[in-house]
Design a protein around this ligand. Structure first.
Ligand SMILES: Nc1ccn([C@@H]2O[C@H](COP(=O)(O)OP(=O)(O)OP(=O)(O)O)[C@@H](O)[C@H]2O)c(=O)n1
Ligand SMILES: C[C@](O)(CO)[C@H](O)COP(=O)(O)O
Length: 237
């Protein structure tokens, strides 16, 4: 796992993109509107996420992937909340994989480009982790955010469970950042159900994945209680 990386200035040879994936319907949340539009501290979750990226030293070009039937809803929200952070809208696909792929398609081919992919529903991502992710990817080709498990871990296979060495196990978060050619090439593959994140797609092309330290506060809003948890984390900052 990478330790701290100097984050004072972005490498100017690279331009940065952020694909914020918000193309899901939030079935586990069971809310009337998809969870990415729910209010957190009085503002839609998505606006927190976009602003976290745009406020970094990289000021990435932001590509927002939304479900087809929520584009005008989002535009109305931007007016209501006077949200002016620049971003480009793209329509999502049937799975997260297809949504990322749609986002990648509008980024011109350029080997000096860094592309971060981030779940819209991880609004508590810090500026430091985003910058660390871009810096590390610029140096090593890719950077995948992950944290150590705080609980003991077991592998359950063929009806038998077996303890694992906890220090060998990481829980993967986003952002996941790549040099353009790594991720663009990887997303030419056909979809597989084992592709649960971008790292698993890139790894399938034979490349090594580098981990950078994430945060226990970088939660993915998934279930109804997660909005209250996110509110508490925000208040504690
Ligand atoms: N077809 C999809 C599915 C998911 N996502 C995005 O990927 C992120 C992580 O997915 P998840 O938390 O599973 O979101 P949902 O698919 O919306 O939730 P659920 O699985 O409960 O339906 C979210 O920001 C979600 O909007 C996406 O862009 N396109
Ligand atoms: C991409 C991800 O957030 C990394 O932890 C995760 O794999 C998304 O999983 P989900 O089941 O689509 O929420």
């Amino acid at each position: 796992m990478a330790t701290a990386i100097p984050t004072s200035h972005p490498p100017h040879t690279e331009s940065a993109y952020a694909i914020i994936v918000a193309g899901g319907s939030g079935t586990r949340m069971q809310s009337a509107i998809p969870k990415q539009f729910l209010l957190l501290d009085g503002k839609p979750v998505l606006m927190h996420t976009i602003d976290a990226f745009y406020s970094t030293a990289f000021t990435p070009a932001i590509i927002l992937v939304l479900p087809a039937d929520y584009h005008s809803y989002w535009e109305q929200l931007c007016t209501t909340y006077n949200f002016k952070t620049p971003h480009q809208l793209v329509t999502g696909g049937a799975t997260r994989f297809h949504s990322v792929k749609n986002g990648l398609e509008i980024i011109p081919d350029n080997t000096n480009t860094l592309i971060a992919v981030h779940d819209a529903v991880r609004p508590l991502i810090s500026k430091d982790i985003i910058e660390k992710s871009y810096f590390h990817a610029a140096e090593h080709g890719n950077a995948v955010t992950a944290i150590k498990s705080r609980d003991s871990v077991r592998l359950h296979e063929n009806g038998i469970s077996k303890s694992l060495i906890r220090d060998d196990v990481y829980l993967v978060q986003t952002p996941q950042t790549f040099k353009s050619e790594q991720i663009k090439n990887a997303y030419l593959q056909s979809f597989s159900t084992k592709f649960t994140d971008d790292a698993s797609v890139v790894e399938e092309t034979g490349l090594k994945i580098n981990l950078v330290e994430g945060s226990y506060q970088n939660i993915k809003i998934t279930f109804p209680e997660d909005i209250a948890i996110a509110e508490m984390i925000l208040k504690s900052r």
